[in-house]
Design a protein around this ligand. Structure first.
Ligand code: M6R
Length: 612
């Protein structure tokens, strides 16, 4: 979850590192640090608690530190509280080995004890310092070289890591190693970059190498050499990143989240157009044939957080359009369940980052059982994208705000198109209905534009929610799935306690929480369930709730029940979630802004959860 940047070249390294770390701050922001080499063996390590701004000010944004080779880190604490001492880089006592790390070293206690017996002492509470000293130990014991001692350490370490290491004896070089934590390497104009995510280096290069699990790379100026765990040199293909560099900037918006909310019409259209041509879906690029789709009997959708909520909504759509049975599972639970997956199943992993540790582990466990897998992934070349048999890339572009909006929306679209293609391949839909649903999906971008054009009204209402302590979101069917997402958005960036309930569950307990003024937000877009949910709204209203309704134009009677109603354009109810979620995103955004919070970097959270 932390952010890593490294650079070796002809320019000063510190400004490059700080610039890259600023682009990665969404990965962690409780402390930051850099280590810079001056071409000889002198190294300066500067690190501090707090956001990157603190480090930036300490170093005049890198201009005060001289040297053309360095590594940097922005931290999301796992082992040890956020502090300057626990911040990365960490070093051996003689600064022979200096490193930054993303991931978790599970057996760090055992390794620490081993090293303590060899006379090593530890200043920090981190697992990273243990890794650094383990590498130092092997370096000195065997006197072989950087790749060899890193490999020896990799063979002892259990857990996940992306490591960038510098050795005193190799002043212009950086060594990297990776297992289950993302890292990419880029080269341009005789200079070499390494980072845990694309936005950090996009400004400098679009040509990147993906370093694989259990691989090591030696970075020199303008050159990179890869090795496998047997220390043999290996070659790797260069991949071109197609993302637009500007897409990773705020582009005039106050926050990335607002910018990303506004990008939704475009990225949804891009995602649709990636597989729909002339009114027909083609899954050639996804590598999922109609024959395979016909052979599937059971679908498992496995994901975390918002991606799990997408799965909840898509479940209803697949079940409505096909005879397939669908189960939606939290990846963190699925991976440890003793579940025997049925033959002819498809396990769909949904993940923006493609690096979420639990989702990746769930994918691997499905593959172990021999079940077919499909990733719905945003980040090209990420671990899930590489390991799943088929991949449907959402074209959301770089999503920087920790709270997902545009990636979530493109995942929904991918799910709809998948459901529709299943129905078509299995001959469970008429041509007319198929054509009508494609046209409805195509109408989503313009309808979202319409909702966004009226955002001031939502902003006005949101300002009244700034002081609330609790919020409840209710809905049935797809509306329940969207309520889950609305509630997560509200809690993650506004720090308001919020819960989502299937509306029919209220009477089984939660209704006792409703008192005068409690905010209840009801999503009501499904015609068949409209009256049922309105009854639940009336029940909470009569117990004092401050009621908000999100419904479709035409349902004007809702204004007699709710205190504030947000209307969204009409659409086939199967896809209504793509519209009703927009006001909920805006509402949580404006509440967070109203409370003066750091919308894009909510406390305790990181964008990509690469540890369990
Ligand atoms: O990268 P992923 O899609 O796998 O991430 C899954 C969740 O961590 C993510 O959706 C998280 O819940 C978001 N912060 C929600 O806004």
């Amino acid at each position: 979850m932390c952010g890593i940047v490294g650079f070796t070249g002809n320019h000063q390294a510190a400004p490059v590192l700080l610039d890259g770390l600023a682009k990665l701050e969404y990965r962690g922001y409780d402390s930051a640090g850099i280590a810079i080499r001056d071409g000889k063996s002198n190294t300066e390590i500067i690190k501090e608690k707090g956001k990157l701004k603190v480090l930036g000010e300490m170093t005049d944004w890198g201009n005060a530190v001289r040297g053309c080779c360095g590594i940097g880190h922005t931290r999301w604490a796992t082992h040890g509280e956020p502090s300057a001492l626990n911040a990365h880089p960490h070093s051996s006592d003689d600064e022979n080995v200096i490193a930054v790390h993303n991931g978790i070293i599970e057996n760090y206690q055992e390794l620490k004890e081993k090293l303590s017996k060899q006379g090593y002492t530890f200043k920090s509470q981190t697992d990273t310092e243990v890794a650094v000293k383990l590498i130092d130990y092997y370096y000195k014991k065997y006197n072989e070289g950087p790749v060899d001692c890193i490999v020896r350490a990799m063979l002892r370490i259990r857990g996940s890591y992306a490591l960038c290491v510098m050795f005193k004896d190799y002043p212009d070089e950086i060594y990297t190693a990776r297992k289950d934590s993302p890292m990419i390497i880029g080269i341009a104009n005789g200079e070499t970059y390494v980072a845990s995510d694309v936005p950090a280096i996009l400004k400098y290069t679009r040509n990147v190498y993906y370093i694989g699990n259990h691989e090591i790379a030696r970075l020199e100026k303008g050159k990179v050499t890869f090795y496998n765990i047997d220390r043999e040199e290996i070659s790797k293909p260069l991949t071109e990143i197609k993302w637009d560099a500007e897409a990773a900037e705020k582009g005039g918006y106050e926050h990335f989240m607002l910018k990303e909310i506004h990008e939704q019409p475009k990225v949804i259209l891009d995602t649709i157009n990636s597989v729909v041509q002339n009114g027909q879906i083609s899954f050639e690029s996804v590598d999922l044939s109609d024959d395979v789709m016909r052979s599937i009997r059971q679908v498992y959708i496995v994901a975390c957080g918002s991606a799990y909520h997408v799965g909840m909504a898509v479940q209803y759509v697949i079940e409505e359009l096909t005879s397939l049975s669908v189960r939606v599972e939290l990846a963190s639970e699925f991976r440890y369940r003793k579940m025997s997956l049925q033959d002819n199943s498809l396990v769909i992993i949904i993940s923006q980052s493609g690096e979420t540790a639990d989702s990746l582990a769930a994918l691997r466990s499905a593959k172990k059982q021999g079940v077919r897998t499909l990733g719905i992934v945003n980040v090209v070349g990420s671990s899930i994208a590489r390991e799943a048999e088929s991949v449907f890339y959402t074209l959301a572009g770089p999503e920087i705000s920790v709270a997902t909006t545009k990636a979530y929306s493109t995942q929904l679209i991918a799910g709809y198109l998948l459901a529709l293609q299943f129905a078509k391949a299995r001959a469970e839909i008429t041509d007319e209905r198929y054509a009508q649903l494609i046209s409805e999906i195509n109408s989503i971008p313009a309808k979202i534009e319409k909702i966004l054009s009226d955002k001031e009204r939502i902003q006005w209402f949101s300002s009244k929610l700034v002081g609330i302590k609790d919020a409840f979101f209710i809905g049935r069917g797809i509306d329940y799935a969207i309520s889950l997402e609305g509630s997560l958005k509200m809690k993650e960036i506004s720090y308001i306690h919020s819960e989502a309930y299937a509306a029919g569950e209220l009477k089984h307990g939660p209704i006792s929480l409703i008192e005068d003024g409690t905010v209840v937000i009801s999503v009501v877009t499904q015609p068949e369930l409209y009256e049922k949910t309105v009854s639940n709204m009336v029940e909470v209203k009569s117990r004092g709730a401050n009621l908000v309704g999100v419904t479709t134009y035409g349902n004007y009677a809702m204004e007699d029940t709710a205190d504030f109603v947000i209307f969204v354009p009409k659409i086939d109810p199967l896809f209504a979630g793509s519209l009703s979620v927009i006001p909920l995103q805006l509402m949580s955004y404006y509440v967070s802004v109203g409370k003066g919070f750091d919308v894009d970097k909510p406390r305790n959270l990181a964008k990509s959860v690469t540890v369990e």
